[in-house]
Design a protein around this ligand. Structure first.
Ligand code: SAM
Length: 227
């Protein structure tokens, strides 16, 4: 009998956002698969837990997937977490699920344990319609970056993407060039001490960012084109 794979959402900053069901799942499973064992160890310690961890990250090879499939074939139950948020949303979790489905087929039970996601948290405070939206992950760093921003100007609905501290100012400039006066919301450090929500056009937000600290993690949300 194959073991089950639980896809577990974890906090994006504030550890109080862990769910009862996530904690119960951690207690019950044999092994927790995680991106960075130190990050997950730290979280588990905060919940008074000590579990066997196995890393699965963007550079993990086929051999690691085979090891994970073997554990499931032995009947072991596994939880998959990312460093923060919901596995598979712009992190390597999605690749693992795809590979395991290919290897083990429908017999493998994959069970979602929903939790926070930076994307959904940002959309929820944006005030933009989210009945239809496009999520684009991270913009490419170099090759393809120009095309990424050019494409944004062609889409009328709400859009969202992730951005790093190093590129957030550049990103606002690039966005200002393609979406002009469309409303933008930039969410910094959601659920953490320095949580900040910037609202305005991309150039207005750029001006605000230049006068404040811009360290941290960011989600950029772009409002729909005005009719
Ligand atoms: N799977 C995760 C999720 O569901 O939120 C996202 C993983 S992705 C590798 C990490 C990116 O998410 C960060 O670089 C940042 O853009 C965004 N992010 C994660 N935590 C955040 C937070 N607390 N505030 C703002 N953005 C955050």
């Amino acid at each position: 009998m194959l073991g089950s794979l639980f896809i577990v959402g974890t906090p994006i900053g504030n550890l109080s956002d862990i769910t009862e069901r996530a904690k119960k799942t951690f207690e019950d499973v044999d092994v927790i698969l995680c991106e960075d064992t130190r990050v997950t160890q730290h979280m588990l310690h905060a919940f008074g837990m000590n579990k066997t961890l196995m890393s699965y990250h963007q550079h993990s090879d086929d051999l690691r997937v085979k090891d994970i499939a073997l554990l499931l074939k032995e009947g072991k139950s596994l939880a998959l977490v990312s460093d923060a948020g919901t596995p598979g949303i712009s992190d390597p979790g999605g690749m693992l699920v795809e590979a395991l489905v290919k290897m083990l087929g429908d017999e493998l039970k994959i069970i979602p344990i929903p939790g926070p996601s930076a994307l959904i948290s940002a959309l929820s405070v944006s005030g933009f319609p989210a009945d239809e939206f496009l999520f684009l992950g991270f913009p490419p760093h170099k090759k393809g970056r120009q095309a990424f921003f050019k494409r944004l100007s062609t889409i009328s609905s709400t859009m969202a993407y992730y951005e790093s501290t190093h590129r957030i100012e550049k990103s606002m400039q690039e966005l200002a060039d393609v979406v002009g006066d469309r409303s933008v919301v930039v969410c910094r450090e959601l659920t953490k001490i320095y949580e900040t929500i910037y609202r305005g056009t991309a150039s207005e937000i750029l001006a605000k960012l230049k006068t404040t600290s811009i360290k941290g993690e960011f989600v950029v949300v772009i409002g729909p084109k005005r009719k």
